[in-house]
Ligand binder design. Structure first.
Ligand SMILES: *Cc1c(COP(=O)(O)O)cnc(C)c1O
Length: 431
């Protein structure tokens, strides 16, 4: 499989090069040259296939030529080595729980897949690769965990001191080994600026093999298709495919779902569930995408004012607006509606939503209210325990920390405290 840049000014690359470079040199996003079709028999008999076999068949055409089959199967198995259950909430609404991974959010799937691919690609070289990331919380944890113990890769994570939650900080700072946490005495913007400067420092790049673990990376984007297939495997009424609601920020997750659908996965309709950062809702009304500054909300992983993956959705539909509109709707959910939903779903169904899942639930419910006969599922993208205050306030119950995470809360934090100056980062990297 070859990948082209959505800006069309860069040369074609294979999966390996697209993964190592992340973004195309013309600043576009890499996109597969063909959309592979999954075998009809895999869809018709999906319940008979083991999860890893389904995932392997879905991803294989995308990495063909870059990773041999036996290695790819091993990577796929390690990527989805935790449960991804579809749980029924009401007669018409189910949820796909994507928070059973090591850092309790769906980003574990993409991060685990990408880290193992990169590990394989650097395995053949004698140079060590350094993955450099700035995080405001969630992404860093998933990346750190995904790369933990991967040979040949060092990970350096910058996070703003005192501005990530206690669980998130432990996820970043207790792993050790090849994972290094830099606690920056500044805010997230400082962390991002320092990382950006490193990527444009020619002297540094000569001495260090640097890469980012950005969410636009094809190796993080494409494996997100897995759980849409696994949801369908668990969907009871195959004659009435699901409407799927996806809490969306940068639109990578929902874009992977649409890609799965274009490859043959039955889905009735997609819903982009947004908080008030809803430039895509505007696009669906006016055909104009008007990026704007992000507004802080309770569902903060979706506070994005210029969704980077949206261009890939346009590409899937060949920029044909009517086709796109027939497959995708968008709803805007306010913080007040989010908290009301957490309260109501807990009272009515005894199910605890996190703020992102609550946005997904309510958007789906609104759509189904207007489309009788349809049934749907929403993706629950984070564990409620990651947002303990909001959840406790609206359910009256403190969400419990899963056993898998209790251990790290007692582990010792190890971080390097650093002033928010690029020179300090450079010295550290060249130490
Ligand atoms: C990243 C994230 C999202 C948004 O996903 P996108 O792929 O950026 O649209 C939603 N919920 C949670 C919990 C996240 O961490």
């Amino acid at each position: 499989m070859k990948y082209y840049s959505t800006n069309k000014q860069a040369s074609l690359v294979d999966f390996k090069e697209a993964t190592i470079s992340g973004q195309a040199p013309d600043k576009g996003l890499y996109f597969p040259e063909q959309l592979p079709a999954v075998e009809k028999e895999l869809i018709d008999d999906i319940e008979k296939y083991p999860d890893e076999e389904i995932a392997f068949r879905v991803i294989r055409p995308y990495v063909a030529g870059s990773i041999p089959d036996d290695k790819l199967m091993q990577i796929v198995k390690e990527t989805i080595s935790f449960p991804i259950p579809l749980v029924k909430i009401s007669d018409t609404i189910s949820t796909l729980e994507l928070f059973h991974g090591p850092t309790l959010a769906f980003k574990d799937v993409g991060a685990r897949f990408m880290s193992r691919c990169l590990g394989y690609f650097v395995g053949g070289q004698n140079k060590k690769m350094t993955v450099l990331v700035a995080t405001s919380g969630d992404t860093g944890g998933a990346v750190a965990n995904g790369f933990y113990n991967v040979d040949g890769v060092e990970v350096v994570i910058l996070y703003p001191s005192g501005k990530v939650s206690p669980v998130q900080e432990k996820q970043l700072t207790t792993l050790g080994k090849n994972i290094h946490a830099l606690e920056i005495e500044g805010n997230f913007d400082d962390c991002q600026r320092m990382v950006k400067e490193a990527f444009t420092d020619e002297e540094l790049k000569k001495r260090k093999f640097l890469t980012s673990a950005n969410s636009i990376n094809v190796a993080r984007w494409l494996p997100q298709q897995f759980y849409y297939f696994l949801a369908y495997k668990q969907w009871a009424d195959k004659s009435n495919p699901p409407v799927i609601s996806v809490p969306s920020g940068n639109f990578g997750n929902i874009c992977a779902g649409i890609l799965a659908n274009r490859s043959g996965l039955p889905v009735k309709h997609f819903i982009a569930a947004c908080n008030v950062n809803d430039v895509v809702s505007g696009y669906l009304q006016t055909q104009q995408l008007r990026p704007r500054g992000a507004v802080a909300t309770l569902s903060n992983a979706m506070d994005v004012g210029n969704p980077s993956n949206f261009v890939r959705i346009l590409e899937i539909f060949h920029h044909r607006f009517p086709e796109l509109k027939s497959m995708l709707s968008s709803y805007t959910i306010t913080d007040e509606e989010t908290t009301h939903t957490i309260r109501e779903v807990y009272a009515k169904y005894n199910y605890t939503l996190d703020p992102h899942g609550a946005v997904g639930y309510l958007a789906l419910k609104r759509y189904l209210d207007d489309h009788t006969g349809d049934k749907g599922l929403f993706l629950e993208t984070a564990h409620p325990v990651k947002f303990p205050d909001a959840v406790e306030q609206y359910t009256g119950k403190k969400p419990e920390l899963p056993a898998s995470v209790q251990g790290i809360m007692n582990s010792k934090k190890i971080s390097t405290v650093m002033k928010p100056h690029y020179e300090s980062l450079k010295d550290y990297l060249l130490r």
